[in-house]
Design a protein around this ligand. Structure first.
Ligand code: G3P
Ligand code: CA
Length: 339
């Protein structure tokens, strides 16, 4: 009789999974919500570029993500001491540059205290080669920081034309950064460009920052990001109510994107893009749960799952690591400091 246990266990897990699935009745409304906003469904969003295989937030990371066919390039935006909008995640330069070599007395200084000219002296690629030798490339050495203008040029340069999903990072440190970002987008003609889909989405953990974008450029879609500490303070329903007032969608961490949470968001006309979704099994589950898009460090995996990959071998079923092998401990080790 022991031989029966395994098949019975499989049937039980299967039934609970699909039973729950049909009980919560996923509605498929995410596609319609995105269609209203002219956002492709499901949207593939390359988080800091293809940041598993190239140094995050650098030109090659974004070029790879673009050429794979990602719908959006995700970028964290901050402002230099002399007013340039730059693409950078952390508060300090310590993790992803050689700041210790060049400015040893400023390793813990905020990036916003540096001028663009000072940042241009730094190497934003060699740390990656040292830390991830499997993906190291000679041409990653000496990579420069990107400005928003340069990111726009990357998005425009390829055969495939991705949009930009732009996050105000630590916006309380940069009063007026939303106006500055909109000014750059307007000066570059990006907002008026003829994009295949909505060319820009703004997103932030800051409700205030989204409200400012809402006032400045109300037609550009917005997304409220939600992290652990936020969801421990207020319920999903409370965040939905907040999001409804300032945004068109929510970006929760993957573990918060339960089907009943997504269905409740759809009931309010909000779409859900979970982050940071890097494994095939996560994509399969969240697609079932009706996630309308995937924020990922590994766009090739999501695009492979969707049969939309450009010029790359698709992962075989059950082999989520076949396109680009992953080093152990890699997926959540790169977040950096702070929101
Ligand atoms: O994609 C959501 C994500 O960008 C927010 O987290 O810290 O990677 O910017 P973080
Ligand atoms: Ca981000």
């Amino acid at each position: 009789m022991k031989w029966l246990l395994l098949p019975l266990a499989i049937i039980a897990v299967y039934s609970i999974y699909y039973g729950s699935y049909y009980l919560v009745c996923p509605d498929g409304e995410g596609e319609g919500i995105l269609a209203e906003l002219n956002i492709p469904h499901p949207a593939v969003i390359a988080h800091r570029g293809a940041s598993i295989v190239a140094p995050e937030s650098t030109r090659p990371a974004y070029e790879i993500a673009r050429d794979l066919g990602s719908d959006y390039l995700e970028a964290d935006l901050q402002r230099t001491a002399d007013g340039h909008i730059i693409v950078f995640h952390d508060q300090t330069l310590r993790r992803t540059s050689n700041v210790e070599e060049l400015y040893p007395e400023r390793v813990d200084a905020d990036i916003g205290e540096f001028t663009l000219q000072e940042l241009r002296q730094l190497d934003f690629g060699s740390w990656f080669n040292e830390q991830f030798p499997r993906y190291a490339q000679e041409h990653y050495r000496g990579l420069e920081i990107l400005t928003l203008e340069e990111l726009i040029a990357v998005a425009r340069a390829g055969h495939h034309r991705p949009g930009l999903i732009l996050e105000t990072k630590h916006p309380y440190k940069y009063p007026g950064i939303e106006e500055d970002i909109v000014t750059v987008l307007q000066q570059e003609g990006w907002l008026e460009d003829d994009h295949p889909h909505a060319g820009t989405i703004f997103f932030s953990f800051s409700v205030g920052s989204l409200r400012t974008f809402q006032q400045l450029v109300p037609k550009v879609p917005r997304l409220l990001l939600i992290t652990d500490s936020m969801i421990s303070r207020r319920s999903w329903e409370a965040w939905l109510a907040t999001a409804e007032a300032v945004a068109h969608g929510l970006g929760p961490k993957g573990f918060m994107a339960w089907p009943w949470h997504i269905a409740a968001a759809h009931d309010r006309g909000l779409f859900v893009f979970p982050y940071t979704i890097n494994y095939l099994w996560q994509i399969q589950v969240l697609a079932r749960f009706q996630a309308a898009g995937f924020i990922t460090d590994r766009p090739e995996i999501v695009l492979g799952f969707l049969n939309r990959i450009n010029g790359m071998q698709q992962p075989s079923p059950g082999d989520e690591l076949s396109a680009i092998p992953l080093e152990p401990g890699r997926l959540h080790g790169q977040s950096g400091n702070g929101q």
